[in-house]
Design a protein around this ligand. Structure first.
Ligand SMILES: Nc1nc2c(ncn2[C@@H]2O[C@H](COP(=O)(O)OP(=O)(O)OP(=O)(O)O)[C@@H](O)[C@H]2O)c(=O)[nH]1
Ligand SMILES: [Mg+2]
Length: 233
């Protein structure tokens, strides 16, 4: 198996649906999950690159492992639950600090999952908000009576760029990098992962081109002649 060319990491509080999002994308299903212990990864071939996608544990007891998983990451997907405002706050308070070990130009996506539950509430309230289909659509959905608004996630995205001292003009816009998804229905899940893949592929390719070549030309390496003084006999 080829070594991965790049790495994407999912971070976020326990129960927000990180494992479910990955399983929906990679296995096209929504199975029962158990709370993740440590971390696990999938490999995805995208264009000519082999990308590893890391699922991490949101439970407090595994928090220390987060920065290890983020080491050298090309992108971090910060995940929250649109029905739990605290899970968005946790991204800033608890998880952003773990990304210090990621690449300098690491890309950030912010994902509000379980939007199907919020859409249920919207419909109950008489406000039709569109079917939660598995099809990719705009990552910006209309306002509903959910606990966390997409605007809150976009404000966090802009804050992250400032905190990381990344130039807003050089990074993808908040509207493109903040998603609302449902691992349950598949809503926007392909759009999320494939947007991130498309953005990281040129970054990884450029990084590889800039790296010094790892290939050593053995034929051109002359063996130094041994001098008499170096000889131990
Ligand atoms: N309704 C609904 N439930 C979801 C969705 N995504 C996940 N869930 C449920 O939420 C619970 C937690 O999902 P996980 O994917 O295990 O959450 P996690 O973020 O991986 O949690 P940790 O591994 O503990 O960090 C499970 O019962 C899922 O079935 C979703 O989009 N909609
Ligand atoms: Mg999990």
């Amino acid at each position: 198996m080829r070594k991965p060319d790049g790495k994407i990491v999912l971070l976020g509080d326990m129960n927000v649906g990180k494992t479910s999002l990955l399983q929906r994308y990679m296995e096209r299903r929504f199975p029962d999950t158990v709370s993740t212990v440590g971390g696990a990864f999938y490999l995805k071939q995208w264009r000519s690159l082999n990308i590893s996608i890391w699922d991490t544990a949101g439970r407090e007891q595994f928090h220390g492992l987060g920065s290890m998983y983020c080491r050298g990451a090309a992108a971090v997907i910060l995940t929250y639950d649109v029905n739990h405002p605290q899970s968005l706050l946790e991204l800033e308070d608890r998880f952003l600090g773990l990304t210090e070990t990621a690449n300098n130009n690491c890309l950030f996506a912010i994902v509000g999952n379980k939007v199907d539950l919020a859409m249920g509430r919207a419909t109950e309230g008489g406000e039709k908000e569109g079917e939660a289909s598995g099809k990719a659509g705009s990552c910006v959905s209309s306002r509903g009576p959910r606990q966390v608004q997409l605007e809150d996630a976009m404000a966090l995205y802009k804050k992250i760029l400032k905190y990381k001292m990344l130039d807003e003009r050089e990074m993808p816009a908040a509207e493109r990098m903040c998603f609302e998804t449902s691992a349950k229905t598949g809503y926007n899940v392909d759009l999320l992962f494939e947007t991130v893949f498309d953005l990281v592929v040129p970054m990884i390719a450029q990084q590889r081109a800039e790296e010094p070549s790892q290939i050593v030309d053995i034929a051109s390496c002359k063996t130094p002649k041994r001098t008499r003084s170096e000889c131990c006999t």
